[in-house]
Design a protein around this ligand. Structure first.
Ligand code: TMP
Length: 225
């Protein structure tokens, strides 16, 4: 019996702790027999990973940044996400288009209407239904106060162009995520990312159990080490 693919994205400001939970979730899905594709944005294909290096490190204006991010996204959708969904995989993607609205839109103050236009261009015409604009089935939002995230990130590694931004930038990005979540409450699941890792894992898996996508037994095993 073939099951439909699931497209799940993970969002939050830098330091919110989302990445460490994605592998655990992949293991939980695999434990109940699903094939899982784990990926990230910007990135996920050789071309998109090259664009990621530029976006994270080279100086550029907000339009150039947005164009490169959507170019990377289209290549990723075309070569990884759509084929995986067509096979019936669970696709777990670390960031997607909500990050563009939060970082480039709210954070950098770039025009949201232009972002919507780019979104339509980049995300349409790739699915079996040619008119479909691909969007996640579920977006898990790791909500954390920017001040707490900054403390967690302090001294962790050499910061990229985004991590090097002041806390006010991340306040705007966090508000951008809150606005996106308010506009699409049926797609977003908010987690309180200020809690310890185990509690965040419990919140995360209970979202999937409620949706009927993970069995309680599978969800209660595993989690962060
Ligand atoms: P990561 O560190 O979570 O992999 O994300 C890379 C950085 O890229 C992160 O600081 C957020 C930023 N970013 C954007 O500014 N816009 C986007 O659309 C995406 C996907 C990421």
């Amino acid at each position: 019996m073939s099951r439909p693919g699931l497209f799940i994205t993970f969002e939050g400001i830098d330091g919110a702790g989302k990445s460490s939970h994605i592998e655990g979730l992949a293991a939980a899905f695999r434990a109940q027999g699903r094939t899982v594709t784990v990926s990230r944005e910007p990135g996920g294909t050789p071309l998109a990973e090259k664009l990621r290096e530029m976006v994270l490190n080279d100086p550029m204006d907000a339009l150039t940044e947005s164009l490169l991010i959507f170019a990377a996204r289209r290549d990723h959708l075309r070569n990884v996400i759509e084929p995986a969904l067509a096979r019936g995989d669970v696709v777990l993607c670390d960031r997607f288009t909500d990050a563009t609205f939060a970082y480039q839109g709210a954070g950098r103050g770039f025009d949201l209407d232009v972002l919507s236009t780019l979104e339509r261009l980049a995300q349409t015409g790739l699915a079996p239904d040619a008119d479909l604009m691909r969007e996640p089935d579920l977006t898990v939002w790791f909500d954390l106060a920017p001040e707490v995230a900054a403390e967690r990130l302090a001294g962790a590694r050499v910061p990229d162009r985004f991590e090097a931004q002041p806390v006010e930038f991340f306040r705007r990005v966090a508000q951008g995520y809150a606005d996106r979540a308010a506009a699409a409450p049926q797609r977003f699941a908010r987690l309180d990312a200020a809690q310890d890792r185990h509690r965040v894992w419990q919140q995360l898996t209970s979202v999937f159990v409620r949706k009927g996508w993970l069995a309680i037994m599978v969800a209660s095993q595993g989690g962060p080490q």
